[in-house]
Design a protein around this ligand. Sequence first.
Ligand SMILES: *[C@@H]1O[C@H](CO)[C@@H](O)[C@H](O)[C@H]1NC(C)=O
Ligand SMILES: *[C@@H]1O[C@H](CO)[C@@H](O)[C@H](O)[C@H]1NC(C)=O
Ligand SMILES: *[C@@H]1O[C@H](CO)[C@@H](O)[C@H](O)[C@H]1NC(C)=O
Ligand SMILES: *[C@@H]1O[C@H](CO)[C@@H](O)[C@H](O)[C@H]1NC(C)=O
Ligand SMILES: *[C@@H]1O[C@H](CO)[C@@H](O)[C@H](O)[C@H]1NC(C)=O
Ligand SMILES: *[C@@H]1O[C@H](CO)[C@@H](O)[C@H](O)[C@H]1NC(C)=O
Ligand SMILES: *[C@@H]1O[C@H](CO)[C@@H](O)[C@H](O)[C@H]1NC(C)=O
Ligand SMILES: CC(=O)N[C@H]1CO[C@H](CO)[C@@H](O)[C@@H]1O
Length: 846
Amino acid sequence: MSELLVSILLGKLGSVVFDGVDQEIGVLVGIKSEIKRLTKTLTIIQGVLEDAEEKQVKNKAVKLWLEDFKNISYDAEDILDEWSTRSMIRTSSQPNPNASISKKIPFQLFELFTCFKPIVVRHDIGIKMKGLNKRLDEIARKKELYNLNEIQRNEKHRPLTSAFADVSQIYGRVVDKDAIVNKLWDESTHHDSHVPVISIVGTGGFGKTALAQLILKETKVLTSFEKQMWVCVSDPLDLEKVAKQIIEEANGNVPATIGWHALLKNLSKAIQGKRYILVLDDVWSYNGDQWSQLKQALDCGAMGSRILITTRNEMVAMKMDSSYRHMLGQLRDDDCWTLFRSIAFMGREDDLDKFKDIGEEISKKCKGVPLEVKVLASLMRFKRTRQEWRNVLESNLWEGGEGFLPSILFSYYALPSYLKPCLMYCAVLPKDAYIEKEEMVRLWMAQGYLGSTGSADLEMIGRDYFDNLAMLSFFQDFERDSEGNITSCKMHDLVHDFVQFLTKTETIILEEQMGSSTNVRHLCARDLYGSSICEQKNLRTLRPIHGSSLNSTVALELLHQLKCLRVLSLRHCHIKELPSKVERLLHLRYLDLSYNSELEELPEAVCNLPNLQTLNLSSCGHLKRLPEGIGKLSNLRHLHIKGCPSLAYLPRGIGKLMCLRTLEEFIVGVRESGDEVSKEIGCKIEELQLLNHLQGHLLIRELRQVADVSNVEQAELKMKEKLFSLKLHFGFEDEEKEDVIRMEGILEGIKPHTNLEKLEIEYYRGIRLPEWISSLSNLTELSLVHLHQCLQLPALGKLVSLECLKLKWLPTLKRLGCEFYGLDTLHSNGSVQRRHSSSSSSSRKW
Ligand SMILES: *[C@@H]1O[C@H](CO)[C@@H](O)[C@H](O)[C@H]1NC(C)=O
Ligand SMILES: *[C@@H]1O[C@H](CO)[C@@H](O)[C@H](O)[C@H]1NC(C)=O
Ligand SMILES: *[C@@H]1O[C@H](CO)[C@@H](O)[C@H](O)[C@H]1NC(C)=O
Ligand SMILES: *[C@@H]1O[C@H](CO)[C@@H](O)[C@H](O)[C@H]1NC(C)=O
Ligand SMILES: *[C@@H]1O[C@H](CO)[C@@H](O)[C@H](O)[C@H]1NC(C)=O
Ligand SMILES: *[C@@H]1O[C@H](CO)[C@@H](O)[C@H](O)[C@H]1NC(C)=O
Ligand SMILES: *[C@@H]1O[C@H](CO)[C@@H](O)[C@H](O)[C@H]1NC(C)=O
Ligand SMILES: CC(=O)N[C@H]1CO[C@H](CO)[C@@H](O)[C@@H]1O
């Protein structure tokens, strides 16, 4: 973890820019020598970090030393980041005569804030660096005490590029499964009106959850229960939350907060008369009164309903009146070996003979714990020599540390230094939470874990890191998209415990009030109101667990105090107004304001956050406008404005955001023709010209408002080769009759890149569709809706990849002629090559 921190730091030290202002001030010489000294000490410490990382699990003093060092590194990074940010603000605020927008904003204020103070700021930074160096020298001296050595790595890290080992198959549990399924089936256990409880008891890592999942897939179970419900209980026990989740599973409604007894009523109503099976996964503790009330409500299910719980604690299973307790034991040695072999030798079956003897011994050492086997086998996939295999077998890590599974320790130590912080960061999500890949990648990026250059494809690097962690079995329960790429997953409990142990002082998930810790960096809290959060001045991440509500007083207080924030999420927080003081968060890279339906606008001050990479405004239903100076956010990569129907236009300057990857929606500016002069409000379509990094999906709204048809071509959609889905909405009809030729000209000019896979056109009022549609050879989905004047379709038969064609509301389209199939003349016998077709009138499969 700290290794990466140091390399980030060294990188930043190496790239400190001294600009014009610095040359004039006397402190410069001082700063330069401080930077040299800092670089030197850091390099010395860097050498022993790996050793320290390993020793910290067993040696408390080393752990403290590391924490101390990390503390300093964080401070150093803040100082350097502040330096570069201030330089960036100064450069970007120099007037650019070409940009129309910069003329409009009064510069005086902005300059006062930035340019007036550089000398003071630089002087300040010089003093801070001196302080850093003093503290760092102390750390360097202490490293002798702990006997930390430089480790020469003899095993080179290889990039992990093998195919996925997604082991959903379960070994050696057939007997267990059959026993439990029989009990579930057994009518005799249901004598009175109580729904029987059956429990699976076993130590962590034994595969209780996996077994329960397997049971639910059994045909006998699939057919005999009308409703399958799955609820993760976890620690700490909150039966009210559990009750809500059961209702959600039962009828899809998320109940409002209505109190315990009303909730129970709703619950019994929701399951009444249904023959259900309910899995309560991972129950840790027991609350007698509440449980019996909940149980009473659950008894309303139909005859034959069952409750299946999984728990590590047999006492819990007993107290919850299990009619049958199934003790899950260790796997047999041969099952262990089968599991191990299937993962470790996936894609390299030829190596089996070479490593079989060592492999069998290693799998024995896993003591029958399936998770242990899985994690270790995933690691061994990447070990190529017998020596590497021997090293694992003979390692002293098998003794474990702090009660963690040795396999997790192995896998963690084997991680390349750039992956460690990424794994650690996952501790910021609550246990059992789904980890969304794209979101996690953005969060890593905001923390600087993926590097910092603006032009590199950091998202690609991040996705790769994510897949690597998944390949090493740190993640599980994958969800995938249609291409088979992982979109989200979970972390096993035990991995989460381990990660939390390593970052205990830094990363906290707060259900209740803040404890006494003072050095928290990443915080996920249920209640953002607690004044104690404001005292955590070092916070770099602040996220609510399920939304909270914040009035502007509290928000202001947060923004005042938490100046180190990189990630700020105020998702679902009911904020009405974001205070202008947000500009104090110089380091901020990720701002999530989604689902704040009362938010109408953002302060201009948001544009003074030059580091901002992600701005998520999804589902802010009343958001009316974006800040006018948005073009100043030169590092912005993702702007989410989906689900903002009140947004009538985009400010000019969007076209300057050359790093932009995600835009989601582009709204063509409005022409307002007043008395004689017509003026334009909002962004013109040619602002899309330079946004060639745009990825994924883009909706272009209000296309009919394009002022000049020739501007559409300037938008250069054909250059946006990573855009795979495009929706063109022309906007609803004007009163006056529209010019068909103009409409056709606009659509003709769009001409996207041939990589496009999905195209939707709505409310287009031309007669003909352009020919370029039939040249989109990668197109799989085409949707034409509300084309009220369209007489003819282009040669869609040429679209060899097309799988789905949707034609809806084309009242003037009379027939599909031969041009539709792309044939010059129809054969006289009328036969046409078709692959397959469905009979639905609105959607035809090809
Ligand atoms: C970390 O550094 C800060 C000063 O920036 C200091 O106040 C705090 O006590 C340090 N924490 C630890 C655990 O060393
Ligand atoms: C302004 O535009 C001209 C030509 O279009 C270009 O040569 C010049 O570099 C631009 N200046 C700035 C500051 O962007
Ligand atoms: C943006 O916010 C929406 C709504 O909260 C969420 O679904 C989406 O995942 C967020 N996007 C990212 C990249 O975090
Ligand atoms: C999905 O995976 C393929 C390779 O398997 C990769 O080329 C592609 O970029 C991935 N897509 C995303 C969105 O990660
Ligand atoms: C905001 O909330 C805090 C804490 O609940 C409360 O003390 C304060 O009066 C509220 N302010 C406003 C303006 O509602
Ligand atoms: C589909 O896109 C790829 C690039 O992703 C391109 O190389 C290929 O030519 C396209 N396929 C067709 C059939 O045009
Ligand atoms: C229709 O005509 C084509 C070309 O002349 C011929 O190949 C095909 O066999 C004919 N089909 C029938 C059903 O006659
Ligand atoms: C889904 C459902 O039954 N909702 C009800 C829950 O209880 C409240 C008050 O008791 C009702 O208003 C809901 O309709």
